[in-house]
Design a protein around this ligand. Sequence first.
Ligand SMILES: Nc1nc2c(ncn2[C@@H]2O[C@H](COP(=O)(O)OP(=O)(O)OP(=O)(O)O)[C@@H](O)[C@H]2O)c(=O)[nH]1
Ligand SMILES: [Mg+2]
Length: 308
Amino acid sequence: LAPGNSAAELEARILSGDVRALARAATLVENRHPLGRDLMRLLFPRTGRAIIAGITGPPGAGKSTLADRLTSLAREDRQRVAVLAVDPTSPCSGGAILGDRIRMQRHHADPGVFIRSLASRGASGGIAAATLELALLLDAAGFDWVFIETVGAGQDEIAVAQIVGVTVVVLAPGFGDDIQAIKAGMMEIAGVFAINKCDTAGAGQLEQDILASGTPAPVQKVSALSGEGCPDLMATIRRLSNDNPAKSSGHTLWAARLKQILCAEVLARISNADLQEHAARLAAKLEDPFTAAVSLLETIGNSRQPNG
Ligand SMILES: Nc1nc2c(ncn2[C@@H]2O[C@H](COP(=O)(O)OP(=O)(O)OP(=O)(O)O)[C@@H](O)[C@H]2O)c(=O)[nH]1
Ligand SMILES: [Mg+2]
């Protein structure tokens, strides 16, 4: 380890606003490097301040465009913003990453904006755990907003949604029958529905459809492209986040989120290989699930590195 690169040194540099130290720390955390883990131990007491919002929805709905728009709005108030894009390679938009990159260039030289793409690891709980640890790093580093862009409503998205303060479900007109399936998966996790592309035909009908579903979540029409409705959406995210009891009394929601983080961390430490091996032994009746659970937990105790 190079001198001056201890966890304490990194912490000091991050807290002084050193962007390069933050980028390095993010890589350590993302790669689950022991130094990243040590750093997070130091920084953890500073977490709990940022508005951490999930931005999810079907491929092409406009999640990245919206995240970019919300970033610009927050920067107008000199607030610091991080955008984490989980697995941005969706089957429907091959050029999305390039598009995202071009969009992000406008914030490239801005030290108040931190942008990172994360690739899914395929380990159970892995991506959720790594993403959330990164979100907590940015929270501790003093970022006011952390947006986490995820596609769809798979297990990773639900795991992320359980931990973030608010989930924005982005929908857009023109997805045909798919919308039914998408809606079904996203009803439970939606803190607010953003009906995007309201500058195009069909947004009003989509809004009616969502309202007719009886969701308790607010439904707001926006155009990420023109910015219409986006300040209102921002205010809603803030309001929903401030409804968070962690900010006032009880700390119940924050406590629940920390519990989810703990569960994700435990899962991330179980290797898929170990899991498969036990599953095979169960199928062959060489083992019972209760003994297998205990021996899986013992493998956690024996390994220092998650996913190892
Ligand atoms: N007309 C219109 N087009 C939009 C709006 N928002 C986004 N788009 C366009 O929709 C396309 C997809 O936008 P993205 O922001 O990449 O969508 P995404 O949901 O991030 O897509 P994936 O990351 O691939 O899932 C792009 O061509 C955008 O320019 C909007 O408000 N109005
Ligand atoms: Mg995107």
